[in-house]
Design a protein around this ligand. Structure first.
Ligand SMILES: Nc1nc2c(ncn2[C@@H]2O[C@H](COP(=O)(O)OP(=O)(O)OP(=O)(O)O)[C@@H](O)[C@H]2O)c(=O)[nH]1
Ligand SMILES: [Mg+2]
Length: 286
């Protein structure tokens, strides 16, 4: 048996969580087109006949602005202390620049193999992909560089094989059926937050957090926290239209996760400055 932990490094929004899902062959992490979607460390598991690859999804590297982002960055810093390899994710659609080089300096100093994934190569002309690969190759002494699309699945099989090739002899850390290390409550909260991210814009996504208050046989109760009354009005929507749509989108996925139908009760509550509330952040696993 071979096994090991591979942590994902990269700027916000480059597609780390989408890539974890693609490599695991199922949804373990929520994704969105807003930066800073991932707030907590989440392990996704990929199993093969004689191997287990644990992918550690993480928030993107960022400059901390408040206790929330400070805790997120601390999570990132600690996560690299004990991994067998790093998957350094870049976006082929953006200029590879200072932010990526900053992250590169950190990950190439760890002393473990670094595999670079140049993501989002779908719908990009081959010449541009080649040029981006050349820039990516100058970031550091990488073990391998793979152009991939987490969205279409292009190159994902090859990338998985590359990572599996880096595994050393070791035990299975997770049961065969277990896809993630997140508790079910946390997975439910994340699914609701994903829908909230889809339905909000600008600064609002960062002001939202979700806490599951009850996870019963028939009823799931979740609280969507925002920081101000005006944010609450937007998230609730006209006659509750937005929060209702959140429920419509989240419920099927929650039912699939739990394996049975549920009534989903979503409440929107104001909790001023929750991003600075260390106790709540701890409860949210951040
Ligand atoms: N076109 C294209 N879009 C992608 C690809 N991979 C991810 N995306 C999109 O990029 C956006 C960000 O994806 P995420 O997986 O949430 O990115 P992330 O790096 O985990 O972001 P944070 O958690 O915020 O750091 C989403 O809108 C994805 O659908 C890809 O291969 N091609
Ligand atoms: Mg993410």
């Amino acid at each position: 048996m071979k096994s090991g932990f591979v942590a994902l490094a990269g700027r916000p929004n480059v597609g780390k969580s989408t890539l974890v899902n693609a490599l695991c062959g199922g949804k373990v992490a929520i994704t969105s087109d807003k930066p800073q979607t991932t707030r907590r460390r989440t392990a996704g598991v990929a199993n093969g006949p004689e191997w287990q690859l644990v992918l550690v999804d993480l928030p993107g590297f960022q400059r901390p602005l408040d206790p929330l982002t400070e805790r997120m960055q601390k999570t990132v810093d600690h996560a690299f202390e004990d991994v067998d390899a790093v998957l350094f994710v870049l976006s082929a659609r953006e200029r590879i620049g200072g932010g990526d080089r900053f992250i590169g300096r950190r990950v190439f100093a760890l002393g473990v193999p670094v595999v670079i994934a140049l993501n989002k190569v779908d719908n990009i002309v081959p010449g541009h992909i080649a040029a981006q690969m050349q820039v990516a190759a100058r970031l550091g002494d990488f073990h391998a560089l793979h152009p991939v699309s987490a969205k279409t699945g292009d190159g994902i099989g090859e990338l998985r094989e590359e990572l599996v090739g880096l595994l050393a002899e070791g035990p299975a850390y997770f049961e065969p059926g277990q896809r993630t290390d997140l508790a079910v409550e946390a997975q439910v909260a994340e699914l609701v937050r994903e829908k909230a991210l889809q339905l909000t814009r600008e600064e609002l996504p960062h002001a939202i957090s979700v806490d599951v208050a009850e996870l019963g046989e028939k009823v799931v109760r979740a609280v969507v926290y925002v920081e101000t009354d005006s944010q609450k009005q937007i998230v609730v929507g006209r006659r509750g239209a937005i929060v209702k749509e959140m429920g419509v989108r989240a419920r099927p996925e929650i039912e699939q996760l739990l394996g049975h139908p549920v009534f989903l009760d979503l409440q929107v509550k104001v909790r001023p400055k929750w991003r600075k509330d260390e106790q709540l952040l701890g409860r949210l696993g951040i």
